[in-house]
Design a protein around this ligand. Structure first.
Ligand code: NI
Length: 177
């Protein structure tokens, strides 16, 4: 188990569409990666993490959200996820481990049904709503190179613009080192 580097806004991989995972390698090769992603997400106090946020070009994301019971979480591994049904609408605040300190409201579907492979390489269907649905949509956007800041209202974008510029400049300085 090891903590992975979390790529911040300004890193080109956050803007790329990730490649599908061959389901045959999930069981054999991806277990250590999935464990490290959970550990990295938890250490950073995040509720979701997409593979490109840790520099990996694959359609894989992990999610761990509070379940309502004290200290309990709902954990999910999404590999090659596809949304097959979506209903309702919500507009709630989001943040992202690649955008530390930046928060803004984003419109999402209230409920989604997703088909994907799980950590065992088995096809599964996930029915999610509320925070779980929000996290799934946020992470799936990452896999297409889309960040939550792309989807905020014009007013919110103006508000977060200075922080985004500072973060991008900092990332670019770090990339040159
Ligand atoms: Ni994110």
């Amino acid at each position: 188990m090891a903590l992975m580097k979390i790529y911040k806004y300004g890193e080109p991989i956050l803007r790329r569409k990730m490649k599908p995972v061959d389901p045959a390698i999930i069981r054999k090769k991806l277990q250590p990666v999935i464990e490290d992603m959970f550990e990295t997400m938890e250490a950073a106090h995040g509720v979701g993490l997409a593979a490109n946020q840790v520099g990996l070009d694959m359609r894989l994301a992990v999610i761990s959200i509070p379940s309502g019971d004290e200290g309990e979480t709902i954990d999910a591994v999404l590999i090659n996820p596809v949304i097959v049904e979506k209903t309702g609408e919500m507009n709630e605040e989001e943040g992202c481990l690649s955008f530390p300190g930046i928060f803004a409201k984003v419109k999402r579907f209230q409920k989604v049904k997703v088909h994907c492979f799980n950590e065992k390489g088995m096809p599964v269907e996930i029915n999610a709503e509320g925070l779980f649905a929000k996290a799934i949509q946020h992470e799936m956007d990452h896999l297409d190179g889309i960040c939550f800041t792309d989807k905020v209202s014009a007013i919110s974008r103006l508000k977060i613009k200075p922080a985004l510029s500072r973060l991008k400049a900092e990332t670019e300085r770090n990339m040159k080192r």
